[in-house]
Ligand binder design. Structure first.
Ligand code: NDP
Length: 287
């Protein structure tokens, strides 16, 4: 079997177009234009690129974007005050503090200060807690993108054996919870898992979020499985995922490539969350 390649780039473009259409309708019928504030501390080149991409995505979706750049020696107090100011602003529906922050800053305290209703990254413990109790509002963007890829590819999640390799708070754990919410039977594997190959071979849906290039080999993939590769690893061969793509695609029914799979979905889900945050900010009777 040679797998269908899941085109994350196309799906991301489709979602962003849908979000733009909904934002236009929201503005015409109810007034507000969704607004995303992005806070960048310091001059990390990769972070600058991410922030620029987010600004471009906002422009394309018809959102307002508010960029706040602080010098790398900014104090915790200044950063916290900016977050408080953005929490109070009616024009700002989503707040995103670009990580990683310089080492002298306490990112946990900053993320905790963001109003949960404006936490479009979905990292606030309140939003994480909602995910756990099945009342998801703003889900973390990358795992939400994985679910969207699966659904749009027509993969049956209900009752499926799903294995998530990786248990980070930003990808592995929320991906597992979102799969559980879709009624999959979920296993979370990690660095202490015994016999990872056997665990993975039981998966109808295999999500790899590890950060180790090509560690999921072809023999770990069940015939006919769907494989979602979250990994982004810079190697001498260029950008590669956590899955040995060439080997896995001979076993899987469908698989995401790297690049062009999960990666482009993250920003699409960020736009979707910002739209949702703007809708949630409407008076209850207008939602
Ligand atoms: P973390 O380093 O936070 O977590 C990695 C997880 O993998 C941990 O739970 C760890 O287990 C587990 N792990 C490490 N080695 C092994 C192993 N040999 N066997 C089994 N499990 C193992 O990474 P992230 O979750 O932040 O990111 C994962 C990958 O996803 C990275 O490549 C990252 O670049 C990518 N990524 C991609 C995004 C996108 O937009 N596409 C967004 C975010 C991340 P343990 O907990 O036991 O240590």
């Amino acid at each position: 079997m040679t797998a269908e390649i899941i085109d994350g780039k196309q799906m991301s473009a489709d979602i962003r177009a849908e979000v733009a259409a909904s934002a236009k309708k929201l503005k015409e019928e109810q007034g507000p234009t969704p607004g995303l504030a992005v806070v960048l501390v310091g001059e990390d080149p990769a972070s600058q690129v991410y922030v620029r991409n987010k600004e471009n995505a906002c422009a394309e979706a018809g959102f307002h974007s508010f960029k706040h750049e602080l010098p790398k020696n900014t104090t915790q107090e200044k950063l916290m005050n900016l977050v408080f100011e953005l929490n109070r602003s009616d024009d700002v529906h989503g707040i995103l503090v670009q990580l990683p922050l310089p080492k002298h800053l306490d990112s946990a305290e900053v993320l905790l200060a963001i109003e949960p209703e404006k936490d479009v990254d979905g990292f606030h413990p309140v939003n994480m807690g909602k995910l756990v109790v099945g009342q998801t509002t703003l889900a973390p963007c990358t795992p939400a993108g994985c679910i969207e890829l699966l659904k749009r590819s027509g993969v049956e999640l209900e009752g499926a054996n799903a294995v998530v390799v990786g248990r980070s708070n930003i990808v592995g754990k929320p991906a597992a919870l979102l799969l559980l919410a879709e009624n999959s039977t979920v296993t979370i594997a990690h660095s202490k898992t015994r016999d990872l190959a056997t665990v993975c071979r039981a998966a109808d849906v295999l999500v790899a979020a590890v950060g180790v290039p090509k560690m999921i080999t072809g023999d770990m993939v069940k015939e006919g499985a769907t494989v979602i590769d979250v990994g982004i690893n810079r190697t001498d061969e260029g950008l590669v995922g956590d899955v040995d793509f060439e080997a896995a695609k001979e076993k899987a029914r469908a698989i995401t490539p790297v690049p062009g799979g999960v990666g482009p979905m993250t920003i699409a889900m960020l736009m979707k969350n910002t739209l949702k945050a703007a809708q949630m900010a409407l008076p209850a009777q207008d939602r």
